[in-house]
Design a binder for this molecule. Structure first.
Ligand code: GTP
Ligand code: MG
Length: 398
């Protein structure tokens, strides 16, 4: 499917199997959500949220929600994330009403400015509390936008990662590296948006119930949630006899895939494959084998669907996730604490996100030696070895 600027095909908007709400925050988020609304995705709602009345005026297809009118008087947040957060928090009730019944919230925001950066994590928390699975799409600034903006963007991204189930990071800079610096800023933004639209379109396919192999909301949640080290979204298409290999080559060449490094380092993958009526299970198999060769250890969830327009053609959307879930961290990975360290009451170093186990002190007391009371003690180095070590050394057992 071609998402090149100005060519946004209208999707045969089959309603998705889940209630998906797509919300765009701030200038970037609003722009992208409006384009998604124009394509139609089978989502239950497309909403652009901003403090900036002028930016909202440019929204044509999505619904509009103006927030923070008292605080910004209809202007943007001027790059102040704190103000952005306050604006969304003061509109909490209205947002809850908008998100009523949402099973998945796709939250799109540009990081580095005011509203998107500050409000994204706040809205993710609100939606999570309401029971939705929150997927964040964070558009990261170009390097030329300055160091301060990039730092602000990274801080916003970190907060969003804490609040959302999964966050997919889409660095605008990678688009610039692919297309070169000779394009206008407008064209580069458009090219970045096209990559986002392709990816989101693939997520839509993934959530559709009418595929050959379906992966539902539960799979999405299982693969993405708790893996906080970064997720990437990329899509590719290929046709012809060698389309299986070509598809993978295209995917690895995608600007967000960092020449295949992202695929190699993935701990889990969601793969949404689409082909024409001629797509066979052998096709599906070959594609998954090619992917598996890149990341044999990764957990893979696959969905495959048929779209008549894909004759002799295959399309793929991949969401990668990095990071281990708490349940996946094996006990053997826990550092072993030598007794000498516990004697000093030293804290074992907690690694990763694993919580320190809280345990009560064992109430062990010395009891009589019973029928061995009268036997000779086993003395070594002045110590009676028949007396348990924890008593001899006055250790507290936990
Ligand atoms: N891909 C893409 N990125 C954008 C677009 N507009 C802005 N960005 C990026 O998103 C970042 C945040 O910008 P905005 O979304 O305009 O910021 P905001 O949330 O509206 O912030 P305030 O206006 O200060 O409230 C920028 O630094 C850009 O890198 C867009 O249309 N497409
Ligand atoms: Mg703005």
């Amino acid at each position: 499917m071609n998402f090149a600027p100005g060519q946004h095909p209208r999707e045969q908007a089959t309603q998705l199997a889940v209630n998906l709400q797509v919300v765009g925050l701030g200038g970037a988020g609003g722009n992208v959500v409006d384009k998604l609304a124009a394509i139609g995705l089978g989502a239950s709602g497309f909403v652009a949220v901003d403090t900036d009345a002028q930016a909202l005026q440019r929204i044509v297809m999505a619904q509009k929600v103006a927030v923070g009118a008292k605080r910004t008087r209809g202007l943007g947040c001027g790059g102040d994330p704190d103000l952005g957060r306050q604006c969304i928090e003061s509109a909490k009730r209205a947002m809850c009403k908008r998100l009523e019944g949402a099973e998945v919230l796709l939250l799109i925001a540009g990081m580095g400015g005011g509203l998107g950066t500050g409000a994204a994590s706040a809205l993710a928390t609100i939606a999570s509390t309401e029971g939705a699975l929150v997927l964040g799409l964070a558009l990261m600034p170009f390097e030329c936008e300055g160091r301060r903006r990039m730092e602000q963007a990274n801080a916003g991204l970190a907060r969003l990662r804490e609040a959302a189930d999964a966050v997919i990071c889409l660095p605008n800079q990678h688009v610039l590296e692919l297309h070169g610096e000779n394009k206008s800023a407008q064209e580069t933004f458009e090219a970045a948006d096209a990559l986002v639209l392709e990816g989101v379109f693939g997520i839509g396919r993934l959530l559709r119930a009418d595929g050959l192999l379906t992966a539902g909301l539960a799979d999405l949640r299982a693969v993405l949630s708790e893996r906080h080290e970064g997720s990437v979204l990329a899509a590719a298409e290929a046709e012809g006899r060698k389309r299986h290999r070509e598809l993978l080559d295209q995917l690895c060449a995608h600007p967000f895939m960092e020449k295949g490094k992202v695929l190699k380092e993935a701990d889990a993958l969601l793969v949404s494959l689409v082909g024409g009526l001629d797509m066979s299970m052998a096709d599906v198999n070959r594609v998954t084998q090619h992917i598996g060769a890149h990341c044999p250890e990764a957990e893979l969830v696959l969905s495959a669907a048929v779209e008549p327009g894909f004759k002799d053609k295959l399309g793929i959307t991949v969401i990668t996730a990095r990071g281990k879930k708490e349940s996946e961290i094996k006990p053997s990975q826990e550092p072993i604490v030598p007794v000498s360290q516990s004697e000093d009451n030293a804290e074992p170093k907690a690694r990763g996100r694993r919580q320190k186990v809280k345990q009560q002190e064992l109430q062990l007391q010395a009891i009589s030696k019973g029928r061995f009371e009268k036997s000779e003690p086993t003395l070594y180095g002045g110590e009676d070895l028949d007396v348990p070590t924890f008593i001899r050394r006055s250790l507290l057992l936990k």
